[in-house]
Design a protein around this ligand. Structure first.
Ligand SMILES: [Zn+2]
Length: 198
């Protein structure tokens, strides 16, 4: 059910401002498929729009501010996905689709996305969802240098597993021998300790 709805009889040439909080339920419904969810620790997500009538069309300028969470592509932990984007969409009545549109000199049409509406409502749910999903990276990371899931030593496969197939570039022992001193050093360093600057 659409939650972000503007009623056209409220909107005149001067325009009208709207603020829509995005509820957890809305985010859950719209974004679960995309692997995104609300961050309970963040400022609640919000959509702000300014809508104005332009002839028979309605121009909606808006912005979305939402701090979402996705699953880190390496360790499956929480990866923050901050979304702070502006959008501009021109709503045209659906029945107008087949009639040739009059050239509107004052509007550079390429600057706008186009949406259709019917009845008396401009429904923003789909385009807001799109803004959120487009901002989510292909592989979200909890931090840029996430090392992935730490595998306890007793669960690590024997070196010959790595030497055989997947790590052909390595020298048969799982770790490039030139890196072995670094590997030993890394094993000694507790996690999350900041690296010394060189
Ligand atoms: Zn991670």
């Amino acid at each position: 059910m659409a939650a972000l709805v503007l009623q056209i009889h409220d909107i005149d040439e001067d325009g009208k401002d709207y603020t829509f909080p995005l509820s957890s339920a809305w985010l859950q419904t719209e974004l679960a498929d995309a692997g995104l969810r609300a961050d309970p620790a963040a400022i609640p997500p919000v959509v702000q729009v300014h809508a104005q009538k332009n002839g028979a069309e309605y121009l909606v300028n808006g912005r979305v501010d939402a701090d979402l969470l996705a699953e880190c592509g390496r360790c499956l932990g929480d990866a923050k996905v901050p979304v702070h984007v502006a959008f501009a969409t021109l709503f045209c009545r659906k029945s107008d689709k087949h009639t040739p549109a009059k050239a509107k000199e004052e509007l550079e049409e390429e600057d706008f996305q186009r949406e259709e509406f019917s009845g008396h409502d401009l429904v923003l749910d789909g385009l807001v969802r799109e803004q959120l999903v487009l901002e989510c990276p292909m592989q979200p990371l909890c931090k840029p240098d996430c090392q992935g899931i730490a595998v306890p030593e007793h669960l690590r496969p024997p070196p010959e597993v790595f030497g055989s197939k997947e790590n052909r570039h390595l020298d048969g022992a799982g770790v490039d021998p030139r890196l072995a001193p670094l590997q030993r050093l890394r094993d000694k360093v507790p996690p999350n300790k900041p690296h010394k600057k060189e």
